[in-house]
Design a protein around this ligand. Structure first.
Ligand code: NAI
Length: 290
């Protein structure tokens, strides 16, 4: 069983670490923020306890899964990984820096993957001396529950590395789809108008967030309304992805980002993770009914 490195212990990185550890791998979860590592560890403990309570996991298996994840704030402590998946902030320069550093640390045959939602995988791979080993492995949130994973070969990605990475993710029980290295790949591109049009309806005063969500779930039979989903994903991440897709498609107005979402993001109203977004998640808060 190859060791797996996961870079970034936020919503996605911690979920990916859980998936890999559940599949039996030893996982090294790295973050440059020690409190993010502590949060990830404590949240995994709670998730595992719930799974044991529901009878989906034995106490022994839960202990083993948790014992397979090593939390570290040093890249150098990631021991001989066969695959590293990066899930840090959605910023090209920051990601390129991390890939450049990683390449000098990991074994020469280690595959380097990015979980980016919208950035060019080719531009990330170009930061490496051996870009053949770089590709996109895009999980959805929450990673342990969402079956679909997009696999994105860059122009530079080697066939061997692509097949190896795809086979590994398939072996984790995921359903993989190979997507072209274009902004937003498949799902995030299709989803842009879902969020964008909902925000336009809100801005035009046609209906409030709760009513739009109610209409989409009750009448439209969507699992989550657009505002509930944006609050779940995080308004910072969701806004940045829209901005990247908009710029990458040469400012096609179909993908124009929303000032409403930008202001929420700037105010720190990121959604569930900060307690406020389109809705108020703080204890005792009242939210409008549709
Ligand atoms: P997050 O904000 O929850 O977590 C990011 C983590 O990366 C934080 O713990 C932060 O401390 C750490 N970090 C930032 N810069 C770092 C650096 N230079 N070195 C080490 N650690 C660093 O973000 P989230 O939601 O987990 O997203 C991460 C990536 O996954 C982004 O590229 C995003 O586009 C992508 N993604 C996000 C999804 C979502 O629904 N939130 C879904 C699929 C992909």
């Amino acid at each position: 069983m190859t060791n797996i490195g996961v870079i970034g212990s936020g919503a996605m990185g911690s979920g990916i670490a859980q998936v890999a550890a559940t599949a039996g791998h030893t996982v090294f979860l790295y973050d440059n923020n020690p409190s993010a590592l502590e949060r990830a560890k404590s949240s995994l403990g709670k998730i595992m306890a719930r799974l044991v309570e529901k009878g989906r996991l034995t106490p022994k298996a839960s202990q083993e899964i948790q014992g397979r994840i090593h939390y570290t704030d040093s890249l150098y402590q990631i021991e001989a990984p066969g695959l590293v998946i990066e899930a840090i902030v959605e910023d090209l320069m920051v990601k390129r820096n991390v890939f450049e550093q990683l390449e000098s640390i990991v074994p020469h045959d280690c595959i380097l993957a990015t979980n980016t939602s919208s950035l060019s995988v080719a531009a990330i791979a170009a930061a490496c001396k051996t870009p053949e080993r770089v590709l996109g492995i895009h999980f959805f949130n929450p990673a342990p529950l969402m079956k679909l994973v997009e696999i994105i070969p860059a122009v530079q990605t080697g066939e061997h590395e692509l097949h190896k990475a795809k086979a590994l993710i398939d072996s984790w029980g995921k359903t993989t789809v190979v997507a072209k290295d274009t902004p937003g790949f498949i799902v995030n591109r299709v989803a842009r108008p879902f969020y964008g049009e909902a925000l336009r309806i809100l801005d035009e005063g046609l209906a409030d967030a709760a009513t739009i969500d109610w209409a989409m779930t009750t009448l439209g039979k969507f699992k989550m309304g657009p505002f509930t989903l944006m609050d779940y994903i995080g308004n910072d991440i969701n806004y940045t992805v829209t901005e990247t897709v908009f710029q990458s498609f040469y400012y096609d107005p179909r993908y124009k980002p929303s000032f409403t979402q930008k202001r929420l993001s700037e105010a720190g109203y990121l959604g569930r993770k900060t307690g406020r977004g389109y809705y108020d998640y703080r204890e005792g808060a009242a939210n409008p009914e549709p």
